[in-house]
Write a protein that binds this ligand. Structure first.
Ligand code: 13P
Length: 249
């Protein structure tokens, strides 16, 4: 079944102490509240084990995982290590990983397989850069990202994936996709999934929007029939900014 989800992507922000305080404050703010979506925070690796015991209703995720099982890969963190902290989610294929760390569709495919093998839910990011949007090739770009990284999965495994459409030109720029642009792309993504995995899989997959989503625009974005929530960067770094987005559902 399709779920509404609001996930925070803290990116490379917050010391361990600051992260712990933010996680505790957010959990406290949600205690006793009924919300109409799953709430997730994706923290830096080193925060995971400390934050996991503090969360009761909030899901915990990492922002990346290695494309290898284990071994001599200095500085890498495996999907198994992430799972061992109690985290249940992992962002894979964020545009910052693609752009700054050379992560290709083929590498991301390996990461997805390892996340699934370790019981983690991948939050798989897709999205075009500005030049691609301006040349009208955004659909082709997003279709290729999905096909090359995800379309060898079984229908059962695909059913474990959460998708996040993040137009790169909207990330951290204050320039949100319009509600209509988001809906149009999310409907296209759902159609792409349907063509490969059928109607039920397309109906069931949660597709989040990310890119300058905030308290002021979340409700309008989430009201679209194919927008099932948000992946939130900057506005996930304070309870005051994040909570109204959660409550936009
Ligand atoms: P901003 O919300 O800061 O634009 O970041 C979006 C994002 O990249 C979430 O993964």
């Amino acid at each position: 079944m399709r779920k509404n989800i609001v996930a925070g992507n803290w990116k490379m922000n917050n010391s361990l102490q600051e992260g712990l305080t933010l996680a505790k404050d957010l959990q406290k703010a949600l205690n006793g509240k009924t919300v109409n979506c799953d709430v997730i925070v994706c923290t830096p690796f080193i925060h995971l084990a400390s934050i996991a015991p503090e969360l009761t209703s909030i899901g915990l995720g990492a922002q990346n995982c290695a494309d290898k099982v284990s071994g001599a890969y200095t500085g890498e963190v495996s999907a198994a290590m992430i799972a061992s902290t109690g985290a249940k989610y992992v962002i894979i294929g964020h545009s910052e990983r693609r752009a700054y760390y050379g992560e290709t569709n083929a590498i991301l495919k390996e990461k997805v397989l390892l996340a699934l093998a370790n019981g983690l839910t991948p939050i798989f990011c897709i999205g075009e850069v500005l030049a691609e949007r301006e040349s009208g090739s955004q659909n082709a770009v997003v279709e290729k990202q999905i096909r090359e990284s995800l379309f060898d999965l079984s229908v059962a495994d695909f059913g474990k994936i959460v998708l996040a459409y993040e137009p790169v030109w909207a990330i951290g720029t204050g320039k949100t996709a319009t509600s209509a642009q988001a809906q149009e792309m999310h409907a296209f993504i759902r159609k792409t999934v349907e063509a490969k995995y059928g109607k039920q899989a397309a109906e069931d997959v949660s597709i989040l929007y990310g890119g300058s989503c905030n308290a002021g625009n979340a409700a309008e974005l989430f009201a679209n029939p194919d927008v099932d929530g948000g992946l939130i960067g900057g506005a996930s770094l304070s309870v005051e900014k994040f909570l109204p987005i959660v409550e936009a559902f």
